[in-house]
Each structure stands twice: as structure tokens, then as C-alpha cells.
Write a protein that binds this ligand. Structure first.
Ligand SMILES: Cc1cc2nc3c(=O)[nH]c(=O)nc-3n(C[C@H](O)[C@H](O)[C@H](O)COP(=O)(O)OP(=O)(O)OC[C@H]3O[C@@H](n4cnc5c(N)ncnc54)[C@H](O)[C@@H]3O)c2cc1C
Length: 444
């Protein structure tokens, strides 16, 4: 029996469609895998026929939810379908406030049905498996569906090789016992339980190399976990390992919080690249040191969602296996009807929710305009990030900035940057307001 390879992924779906409707005898000789795949891809999803130009959005995270909503705002006649594999939305932003007891789980949990009903699009709880760009068909675990335009916003995956964990069994152990807490709601839940049940000792965290999801979060998380240790009088220390010399963002604000608020409760180990992690002996090896921990959340370097690579849409020359797209229109290279956005973009923008949402608003406007036969000018996404560094009282710092492309150097650069590094209670209040504004916009 022929073993499936990644290269076969796209071809097999075409074979699956070709087999549909053939008399039984004509599929004889097909491998077991092909027959099984055919049964998934042969049926249509259970949705009414498209009423007009259909735009399918895959991935109901911060980017996809925004795109689905704003497609209907800019193109009320578009038939918009949002496909998301989860049946409930649990937000990554603000999950740190939940970890530290400042908000309850309901505050960060939302229904996709509400988002779809309130914004007049269709939500399909399904997983994208494959894509045939010639016939403009996607294949999901719920069947296949045709599109006029397709927007993929599948987010990111972890790259465990980057921290020296190449053995699959070790990777699985590490993911299960010491999850990073940067992709799924289960990871957040496990992390919350770890903090609640921590009996003392060293709690290890790290900020990975490269551009990782939300530059401020490892530093904010260190502060929030330390604040729980202080509040609950746990004899614990947060050890934060960073390959950088200083925090990737808001360095002044975070370093003064570490020193002035947490003293011995946070140990910041800078300029230290992780070369190995052993989940059994609970140890992290850096270029200089071995750190033995009692509990941990180990954050590997990230990469664009593996799905893109499987679909032949990843750029092997990008820094972190991100999408192969035109950076201004988000079109998959050579495809006028497929777009890719969100944290899996190759541009060196902050991989953050505010960035993904502002990018999503622009892209929705562009796709709606093109469906009418017009174009709009490129607009920069905007990164705004609040970090709660103290919980007694609530005090935060923040950064705000945009991006522009310098044609001379061929590089992206920051502009209109603004930062508040002196923690204060007004920023603490703004942190909650920022989140409420985004949740309201996506779900109401
Ligand atoms: C702990 C934490 C704290 C953060 N704090 C902040 C913050 O304070 N401010 C800020 O701006 N940003 C913050 N971020 C970053 C922010 O969450 C991300 O940048 C943002 O979620 C990116 O949006 P996205 O839509 O690209 O990806 P995601 O939100 O990850 O969405 C991707 C979606 O695609 C779905 N999907 C993937 N594959 C498939 C498939 N095959 N079929 C169907 N669905 C699929 C996934 O289930 C997921 O719902 C934080 C992130 C974390 C982890």
C-alpha cells in the first residue's frame, strides 16, 4: 500500500473527487487510505447553496472572526461562511488576567453562534483538510464546499525542534506536562491548574527566539504568576529564560516591574538560548546553565500553521515557515482568489490580536471591493498591547505602533510608535476596556 506523503495531500483530494460517481469496480485497486479519504471528500457540506459571491474564511481566531464580520459590513451581499474547528471561542488575550484571578472564564469565552447571528454570516464547525485551487473547492471533515474567494487565517504551530526536542515521544511528554499556553484553551486550563496547585519551588517560563505570539506575554505572564505567589504566600520563584539581552518589548517597563514589585520572586535570566529540555528530569539546558524546575510552561519557537505547508501555501524561505503571500494584498502567490492572514503572515509584524484584527478589517474591505470590481489602497495594521504587570493594585504598561515598507532597504520598519513604560492604574483600567471593545466588535 502506498504511504501518503505531504506532496500527495492535494493530489489525493482530486483523486477522491474523480472517484465520486464511478461504478464500484472502477475504484478497485485504490488503496485503503484513498478509499477512506474519498468518503470524506465526496459529500457536500450541509449548507444551503451560495446566495451570490461566496467568501469562505477558515480559522475563527482574532483575524478570521474580524474578516467574517467586516466582509458583511463592506459587502452586505456577500455570502460569507466562517469555518472553525473549535465549537467555543476562548480568548488568548486576557487569559493571563484569568490565570491570575482578575476575571472569570466567562469573560474570555464566547459563542461562535452569537458572532454569526449578530453579524449575518454562516458559521460552520468543521476542520479544513484539503484544498483544490483549480476547482475552488475546500475539503473539510464535514464535506466539501466551493468558494469564489478563500481567506485562510489558521494561526500558528509550535516548532519543538527549535529547543532541541527532536524525539517525538519527548515532544509529546513536554506538550502534555509543560505546555506553552500559546495555542489552545486546554493549555490555558492546564497552566491555570498548575499555578493553583503549585506548592513552591521554581516555576520556569521562557521567551522563545524569533517573532513569537504576542511579544509582551511571556514577561506579563511572569509578573502575573509572581503576583499569585505573592498574594497566596506561595514560596515559589518564577524563572524567566530569555534568549535576548532584554525583554523584546517594553523592556524598561517590565524590568522595573521585575525589580520593584517582585524582587526575589522573579529571576530574569537573559541572553540564554535554550538548547535542550528534558521533561522527565524537569530540566532546561541553556548555553550557560542547567535549570531544574518544579513546574513549567515551555514555549518553543513558533512557525506558521502546518496546514499551510500541507496545502503547498507555505514559504520555505520565510523566517518561520509562514505563508507565501503578497505582503500588501495577502494573496497566496499566483492565486487571485486565495488570501492568507493573521499570525501566519511572513511580514515581521507583531503576532498579536490587535495586529490581526486591524489587518483583518483592511483585508475584508479589499476582498469586498474586489468582488465589486474595485480596489483599495494598502493600510498598515496597528499593534496595541497592554500588559498588566501588577495586580495589587491593577497597573499596566502599553505599546502602540504601525508599520511601513521602506523601498530602499526592502525592509519593514515601525512608525508612529508610542509607549507607556511607567506602570499605572489608568493603563490597568484601559487593559480591560481594550479587551471589551474587541470582544464586543467580534461577537455583538
Ligand atoms: C497567552 C496569550 C496572550 C496574548 N495576549 C495578547 C494581547 O494582550 N494583545 C494582543 O493583541 N494579542 C495577544 N495575543 C496574541 C493573539 O492571541 C494572536 O496574535 C491572535 O490570536 C492571532 O490571531 P489569528 O486569527 O491569526 O490566530 P488564532 O487566534 O490562533 O486563530 C486561528 C484559528 O484557526 C483555527 N484553525 C486552525 N486550523 C484550522 C483548520 N484546519 N480548520 C478550521 N479551523 C482551523 C484555530 O482553531 C483557531 O481558532 C496573546 C496570545 C496568547 C497566546
Amino acid at each position: 500500500m502506498k504511504k501518503l506523503t505531504r506532496r500527495d495531500f492535494g493530489k489525493l483530494s482530486a483523486l477522491g473527487i474523480a472517484s465520486v460517481g464511478l461504478p464500484m469496480g472502477e475504484t478497485e485497486g485504490a488503496t485503503l487510505s484513498t478509499v477512506a479519504l474519498t468518503s470524506i471528500v465526496s459529500r457536500h457540506v450541509n449548507l444551503p447553496a451560495a446566495k451570490g459571491h461566496r467568501v469562505v474564511v477558515v480559522g475563527g481566531g482574532w483575524c478570521g472572526l474580524t474578516i467574517a464580520k467586516y466582509l458583511k459590513i463592506h459587502g452586505p451581499d456577500l455570502d460569507v461562511v466562517l469555518i472553525e474547528k473549535n465549537s467555543l471561542f476562548v480568548s488568548h488575550p486576557i487569559s493571563g488576567l484569568w490565570l491570575s484571578g482578575l476575571v472569570n472564564l466567562e469573560a474570555i469565552t464566547f459563542s461562535y453562534l452569537d458572532a454569526a447571528a449578530n453579524n449575518d454570516y454562516t458559521y460552520l464547525n468543521a476542520t479544513l483538510i484539503d484544498l483544490d485551487r483549480v476547482s475552488r473547492t475546500i475539503f473539510t471533515d464535514q464535506g466539501r464546499l466551493n468558494y469564489d474567494d478563500l481567506i485562510l487565517a489558521p494561526g500558528i504551530d509550535y516548532d519543538y525542534d527549535s529547543i532541541g526536542v527532536e524525539d517525538i515521544a519527548q515532544e509529546q511528554l513536554l506538550k502534555t506536562r509543560y505546555p506553552a499556553g500559546f495555542v489552545s484553551a486546554s493549555e490555558h486550563m492546564t497552566l491555570k491548574n498548575k499555578i493553583k496547585n503549585f506548592e513552591g519551588g521554581i516555576f520556569a517560563l521562557n521567551a522563545p527566539s524569533g517573532i513569537y505570539r504576542c511579544s509582551a506575554t511571556p514577561y506579563e505572564r511572569a509578573c502575573l504568576i509572581a503576583s499569585v505567589f505573592k498574594r497566596d504566600k506561595i514560596k515559589g520563584k518564577v524563572v524567566l529564560i530569555d534568549s535576548r539581552e532584554k525583554p523584546a518589548v517594553s523592556a524598561e517597563g517590565f524590568l522595573s516591574a521585575f525589580e520593584e514589585l517582585y524582587g526575589d520572586t522573579i529571576e530574569y535570566i537573559n541572553s540564554s538560548v535554550i538548547s535542550a529540555v528534558n521533561p522527565e528530569s524537569r530540566s532546561v539546558l541553556t548555553d550557560f546553565d542547567e535549570i531544574v524546575f518544579d513546574d513549567a510552561a515551555i514555549y518553543p519557537r513558533i512557525r506558521g500553521a502546518r496546514l499551510l505547508e500541507q496545502l503547498g501555501l507555505a514559504d520555505f524561505n520565510s523566517a518561520q515557515m509562514e505563508a507565501a503571500i503578497d505582503p500588501f494584498t495577502y494573496n497566496a502567490v499566483g492565486d487571485a482568489h486565495v488570501y492568507i492572514a493573521g499570525d501566519c503572515r511572513p511580514m515581521p509584524f507583531s503576532k498579536s490580536g490587535n495586529t490581526a484584527r486591524t489587518e483583518g478589517v483592511y483585508l475584508a474591505e479589499l476582498v469586498a471591493a474586489r468582488a465589486r470590481g474595485s480596489e483599495i489602497s494598502w493600510r498598515s495594521p496597528r499593534t496595541i498591547c497592554y500588559s498588566m504587570v501588577n495586580t495589587q493594585p491593577n497597573e499596566a504598561i502599553m505599546v502602540d505602533g504601525k508599520y511601513q515598507f521602506d523601498k530602499l532597504s526592502g525592509q519593514w520598519e515601525h512608525f508612529e510608535n508610542f509607549a507607556v513604560n511607567k506602570r499605572n492604574q489608568d493603563m490597568g483600567k484601559e487593559t480591560f476596556k481594550w479587551a471589551e471593545r474587541h470582544f464586543l466588535d467580534m461577537f455583538d
